[in-house]
Design a protein around this ligand. Structure first.
Ligand SMILES: [Zn+2]
Ligand SMILES: [Zn+2]
Length: 441
């Protein structure tokens, strides 16, 4: 088969079964689950793979799975990733009434498209004409939320990282993978539903505890040490540092107080804060993180309280790959025309695909099909074909480009891309970062 014939066979297979792809994505949209708890989501996706006759290993990083489609030769392995988890958005029309989880980040579309890629490559029979393998990875926990609960999982040895992709790296589930393709959903920007390329902030997380001395708030405040005052001074210190951050570093520090005291008539002795420190580069994160710790410690010093800062691994910044972007962009344009495809920008959110991008070439374009702000109750699935079927086609065609004719394109892109870190360097990075930043005063 020629490349064009292979691509046409992939498109025909996806087109023929697009109702099934959309049905899976809509089912998951209506049954959102939070990270490391996506048991039902994993099950419905795996049942779909069963029907397709695709074998997989499940239970990776608690709820993740990995299925490998073998080509006629194994000259390269391309991972296609889909994220299983939802965010918390209790007022979303399809929120889970018990947990408040909702797919207001569109990960359901990723899972549908992942299944669509499987259909495109398996039902068409094209793997027999490709010279490399495809790893279909259903990955938990992209949203770095419920930090205290995940910290308990970390202490129990069940996970080491907030992000599921990071767990996949640690567990060796991407050891054989040469490059990764995936996408995120997003409402259209500048009238264009598809955006290819761009970068993003990374972040580090902190759990902060201020300890003071309780005392009767009316009768003997002089005998207390007010941990809430220490925390407020710490937060003011963070704000006072903001003017020192350069615009192009895109620093975002957004603490919340998760415990402000125990009772109104007792001087607060136990006050807790969570925060991220986000920025465009790890160097900026390290600098901003040190300033943040200094400010937090100053608050404690001012009133004689103690502060304990627990550093938690966050996500590395997203760094895109030009060679992969070019292939994906050409396929997207072939599918929908140039008018609907725009360039990516720098996003100030974060994703654990950033960690993958530091150890191998990877892409993370955006596809539309949703309206409303992400992570809000207004996030609505409006065009299932754009949200789920089109990305399945574009990703599957990109996989074909990479693996036809001796997988020459995959091998060229890999040779031209120097990873920023080896897996071993990555494994050391976050523990060292957290040990370096840990501070008590
Ligand atoms: Zn997301
Ligand atoms: Zn999100």
């Amino acid at each position: 088969m020629t490349k064009d014939q292979i691509k046409q066979a992939v498109l025909d297979a996806i087109e023929e079964r697009k109702a099934e792809i959309i049905a899976l994505g809509e089912d998951i949209f209506r049954h959102p689950e939070l990270g490391y708890k996506e048991y039902r989501t994993a099950q419905v996706y795996q049942e779909a793979l069963d029907q397709l006759g695709v074998a997989y290993q499940d239970g990776i990083a608690i709820t993740g799975s990995r299925a490998v489609l073998h080509g006629r030769e194994g000259r390269a392995t391309i991972a296609v990733m889909g994220e299983l988890d939802a965010v918390v958005c209790p007022e979303h029309p399809f929120a889970d009434p018990g947990t408040g989880a909702a797919h207001s980040c569109g990960h359901n579309a990723q899972m549908a498209a992942l299944y669509g890629v499987a259909i495109g490559l398996v039902a068409s029979g094209v793997m027999a004409h490709l010279d490399g393998n495809v790893a279909l990875l259903a990955v938990p926990a992209e949203e770095p939320v419920e930090i205290e609960w995940r910290q308990q999982l970390r202490e129990q040895g069940k996970i080491s990282f907030l992000g599921g992709k990071q767990e996949f790296i640690k567990l060796g589930a991407v050891d054989d993978v040469d490059m990764t393709v995936m996408f995120h959903s997003s409402p259209p920007r500048n009238g264009k539903p598809i955006h290819v390329g761009g970068s993003s902030n990374g972040f580090a997380a902190k759990l902060i505890k201020y300890r003071g001395q309780e005392a009767h708030a009316g009768g003997a405040p002089h005998a207390g040490v007010n941990a809430l005052n220490a925390a407020l001074l710490g937060l003011m210190g963070i704000h006072a540092n903001r003017e020192t951050f350069k615009d192009n570093e895109h620093v975002r520090i957004h603490p919340i107080i998760t415990k402000g005291g125990d009772l109104v008539n007792i001087i607060p002795a136990d006050v807790r804060i969570e925060t991220y420190v986000r920025a465009a580069t790890m160097e900026s994160i390290v600098t901003a993180s040190a300033k943040t710790n200094r400010a937090l410690q100053a608050g404690a010093l001012a009133v004689g309280a103690e502060v304990e800062i627990m550093e938690i691994p966050g996500f590395l910044p997203r760094v895109t790959n030009d060679g992969l972007d070019r292939l994906l962009k050409a396929n997207a344009i072939a599918l929908v025309g140039e008018d609907l495809v725009g360039p990516g920008t720098h996003g100030t959110g974060s994703s654990d695909i950033g960690d993958i991008m530091h150890i191998m070439p990877a892409i993370h374009p955006y596809f539309g099909g949703f309206e409303g702000q992400g992570h809000t109750k207004h996030y609505e699935l409006t065009d299932p074909e754009m949200a789920m079927v089109l990305p399945a086609k574009a990703l599957a065609l990109t996989v074909v480009d990479l693996l036809v004719d001796g997988a020459v394109a995959a091998r060229e892109i890999k040779a031209a891309s120097k990873p920023r870190m080896t897996k071993e360097e990555w494994l050391q990075f976050w523990p060292e970062f957290c040990a370096g930043g840990r501070a008590t005063s």
